[in-house]
Ligand binder design. Structure first.
Ligand SMILES: [Zn+2]
Length: 188
């Protein structure tokens, strides 16, 4: 009995570690972009893959308060790119930044004005990475991109039928759960 409890405890600890390892940035999202920005969020896709744009666009037409569209790098709030430098097991991540400078900024200004923000602060700019050295299939890449863009919109992990649940690679678009979650965060 004692032994099985120890084994169970170890399994639970391992699951937590594995979950954190898969996606380190997402615990709670009381912060994020301001409502004003989310209504008219510009993303810049740094690489050619259309699934990266689709992931952003898939979150449109759910809440009237949330809309993303592509724009030039200079005007973007979100920089989306594939990368091959993901740590082992990490499919994707976002890195939010805050700034005291006035938007829009050109990329050289961002370097001096921006510092990494946490999920409780107000963001001005976000880098979104899909690590294709770990997300190697088309489906896992689509899932990772739409999942990470959910984080851009302050969506946290859950255990429901959701693109924000870690590891459901078959989901490549927001579910009803996600749509309700987005509306409850930003409005109908
Ligand atoms: Zn995540």
């Amino acid at each position: 009995m004692k032994k099985s409890k120890t084994i169970l405890a170890l399994i639970i600890i391992m699951n937590v570690l594995i979950s954190n390892f898969l996606d380190i940035e997402a615990i709670s999202f009381s912060g994020g972009f301001s409502p004003r920005i989310v209504t008219n969020l510009y993303y810049y896709r740094a690489t050619n893959e259309s699934y990266l744009s689709n992931a952003a666009n898939n979150w449109n037409n759910i809440s009237s308060k949330v809309h993303s569209s592509s724009n030039s790098n200079y005007y973007s709030h979100v920089y989306i790119t594939e990368s091959t430098s993901g740590s082992s097991g990490v499919l994707g991540r976002i890195v939010p930044y805050k700034s005291s400078c006035t938007w829009p900024l050109d990329p050289s200004e961002r370097i001096s004005c921006f510092t990494v923000a946490n999920t409780t602060e107000t963001w001005n700019y976000v880098y979104l990475y899909v690590y294709v050295n770990n997300a190697t299939t088309s489906t896992s890449q689509k899932y990772t991109a739409v999942h990470e863009y959910g984080h851009v919109l302050s969506q946290a992990h859950n255990n429901d039928y959701s693109v924000m649940r870690q590891g459901i690679y078959s989901l490549t678009a927001p579910t009803n759960y996600d749509k309700n979650s987005l509306r409850s965060r930003w409005g109908n």
